[in-house]
Ligand binder design. Structure first.
Ligand code: COA
Ligand code: AMP
Length: 638
């Protein structure tokens, strides 16, 4: 389909000209208890609230209504787990039974509307049952990614104050079993808040010890509840009530609790799946991410189910489970029409299968489009994927905060011409501007910070969990009247957006969002460290990897010593393996300005091998030369 056939412009303009009418129309895709009489109240909340008088339930829209409409036998979830050798298809009707039962059990355990439910589970169907059961009774779930360490989990438990934790005994990585329970026990011990109960799903790969009086065996509890006929109906909640909290990296060690409204979330997802991703009910959509990330919340779980599609829940990796052909096996076997993954995954596959031989072996006749997000999609990887698949390869850009894409190429409205390196154009409701440091809009093609003119569209965060002040300070005060994305980039003459990188201390490692500030806090807490700086350096596979430069306290062994290895272990223990922190370099001094600010930007340029100029404000020019020399001798990890 060519650009002339795309309805994008008229749809985007309709949303800008009359957002009330546009979003009220979009809201008709949802089955409400009380339908919205208005789309937006500019007086409510911090920048206004979406669907202020609507009432409904997300679980009802994801399951009950499809079953009531006769889709009970349609497959809702295809669980494909190469790490356990399992494939299981779960119908909408079956899923509804499981969710009603667990929701009933949660109610018996004292969980009610507005209570938090923390979910610490890998990519297994029970995790989706847990999310939907929480939504069903109006509770607020918070899913924590399995690659975090106990300290990170503790920070989330302390902030969300969950009444109950739903956990599995372990996750399964390509190379090892990850026992979750010791991490959970450690986190609860560290946290000032203690959940009243934990329901633990025992996986055969690693059984967990249960704490008497607090922990219950999931399977036993569910089986017992089933014999008693336990079940819960949907609890209607306000569209402005939170469906979930999802923690994401900020610039400090304290994660940000992104709040998601129930109503706006349903509407934006129901709009985006057909119009952006081009998915129709009954089709198979696969998002190869993790339910611990926003991409997983929106496009593994909620959007496909709200729209009556079939979602693939994949417990594996792009490579190593067992090989670089796994993705294409899944696409062929399950008739996937659209795959959504991270550029890193493609780079990992390409490394092992450069010519796409494993793709050519498969019948991918149903495969229509490949979507990429989570990090910048480098043009080289996009071009490779286009060549190998012969379908549109679509970069799209979003953040945990937004809940759905800010910019993309709308397949459902008619594809626009692709420009490599650009996630194409803003989605309806996103009024983007590129601003200079003083907050003035810049000319097309000029770099600046990409900001979204308020109000943010539906599904975007209304605030941070119990922290309006941090919400305002982090996003709204830099440029009054705008939300700052903290992404730098430009918009070209054709209105195409280009997103080049973060303007803050957040780095993107293998599509995972991490805070260098948080790694610095952990390094600084080590007894051997006097001061430190962590930067993200370019990496051919993961996009970026962290590198820590540390000045050790007097009397410590320096470069190449055991202390460096200990620091790597320290970050892994405190933040988790997902930090991919593998390089700590002891240096004599850190480069600083005369006012004492560490010159991280210049260090990064040196590490990346980019052109760099000696900053005029530097306190001692020789320090940068020392950094360059230590990088040369030490190199970066493979
Ligand atoms: N539970 C426990 N540990 C986890 C984990 C989880 N859910 N996810 C990752 N880890 C661990 C990994 O095992 C690895 O540990 P190691 O240091 O012992 O090897 C570490 O965290 C780093 O993981 P990762 O950065 O993912 O590297 P990897 O080498 O294991 O895999 C890729 C490389 C490219 C295959 C992988 O990063 C990938 O699939 N990336 C795509 C990410 C993605 O889909 N992001 C979603 C955003 S849209
Ligand atoms: P997360 O909140 O984990 O989804 O990470 C959001 C961040 O990832 C954004 O602020 C960007 O820095 C980066 N990001 C996500 N998608 C893209 C993309 N398509 N292009 C460039 N950067 C992206």
């Amino acid at each position: 389909m060519g650009a002339s056939a795309s309805r994008y412009r008229e749809v985007y303009e309709a949303a800008s000209a009359d957002p009330e009418a546009f979003w009220l129309e979009a809201a008709k895709a949802i089955d409400w208890t009380t339908a919205p009489s208005r789309a937006f109240d500019p007086e409510a909340g911090i920048y206004g609230r979406w669907f202020p008088d609507a009432v409904g339930n997300t679980c009802h829209n994801a399951l009950d209504r499809h079953v009531a409409a006769g889709r009970g036998d349609q497959t809702a979830i295809i669980y494909d787990s190469p790490v356990t050798g399992t494939t299981r298809r779960i119908a909408y009707g079956e899923m509804l039974d499981e969710v009603r039962l667990l929701a009933g059990l949660l109610t018996e355990l004292g969980v009610g509307k507005g209570d938090r439910v923390l979910i610490y589970m890998p990519m297994i169907p029970e995790a989706l049952v847990a999310m939907l059961a929480s939504a069903r009774i109006g509770a607020v779930h918070s899913v924590v990614f399995g690659g975090f360490a106990a300290r990170e989990l503790a920070a989330r438990i302390e902030d969300a104050e969950p009444k109950i934790v739903l956990a599995a005994s372990c996750g399964i990585e390509a190379s090892r079993i990850v026992p979750y329970k010791p991490l959970l026990d450690g986190a609860i011990e560290q946290s000032r808040h203690k959940p009243s109960a934990c329901l633990v799903l025992q996986r055969p790969q690693a059984k967990a010890d249960l704490v008497a009086g607090r922990d219950r065996d999931w399977a036993e509890a569910v089986t017992e509840a089933r014999t008693r006929g336990v079940a819960a109906d949907c609890v209607p909640v306000a569209a402005t009530d939170p469906l979930y909290i999802l923690y994401t990296s900020g610039t400090t060690g304290r994660p940000k609790g992104v709040v998601r409204d129930s109503g706006g979330h349903m509407v934006a997802l129901a709009w985006s799946l057909p119009n952006l991703y081009g998915i129709r009910p009954g089709e198979v959509f696969w998002t190869a991410s993790d339910i611990g990330w926003v991409v997983g919340h929106s496009y593994i779980v909620y959007a496909p189910l709200i729209c009556g599609a079939t979602t693939v829940l994949f417990e594996g990796k792009p490579v190593g489970t067992p090989d670089a052909g796994t993705f294409w096996r899944v696409c062929e076997e399950h008739g996937v029409v659209t795959l959504f993954t991270a550029p890193t995954a493609l780079r990992a596959i390409r490394k092992e299968d450069p010519e796409g031989a494993l793709v050519a072996k498969r019948d991918l006749s149903k495969f229509r489009a490949l979507f990429l997000a989570g990090e910048r999609a480098d043009p080289d990887t996009v071009a490779w994927a286009e060549r190998v698949f012969g379908v549109p390869v679509i970069d799209h850009w979003w953040q945990t905060e937004t809940g759905w894409p800010i910019a993309g190429n709308p397949v459902g409205l008619g594809l626009l011409p692709v420009k490599h390196g650009s996630p194409t154009v803003p989605m309806p409701g996103y009024r983007l501007e590129v601003l200079d440091e003083g907050g003035k809009p810049v000319a097309p093609g000029t770099m600046g910070t990409i900001a979204i003119r308020l109000p943010l569209p539906p599904a975007n965060l209304p605030t941070l969990w119990r922290d309006d002040v941090r919400f305002r300070d982090s996003y709204l005060t830099t440029f009054p009247g705008y939300y700052t994305t903290s992404d730098a980039g430009f918009i070209d003459e054709d209105g195409y957006v280009f997103v080049m990188g973060r303007t803050d201390d957040v780095i993107n490692v293998a599509g995972h969002r991490l805070s260098t500030g948080s790694m610095e806090e952990v390094l600084a807490s080590h007894p051997a460290v006097a001061e430190c700086a962590v930067i993200g350096v370019k990496d051919a596979l993961k996009g970026e990897v962290p590198a820590g430069f540390v000045v050790l306290k007097a009397g410590q062994d320096g470069a190449g010593s055991e202390v460096e290895a200990d620091l790597v272990r320290h970050v892994r223990d405190k933040i988790g393996p997902v930090a991919a922190f593998k390089l700590a370099i002891a240096v004599g001094r850190l480069p600083k300005t005369r006012s004492g600010k560490i010159l991280r930007g210049t260090m990064k340029k040196i590490a990346d091998g980019d052109e760099w100029a000696m900053p005029a404000t530097i306190e001692d020019a020789a320090v940068l030369d020392e950094i360059a020399a230590s990088l040369k001798t030490r190199g970066l990890p493979e």
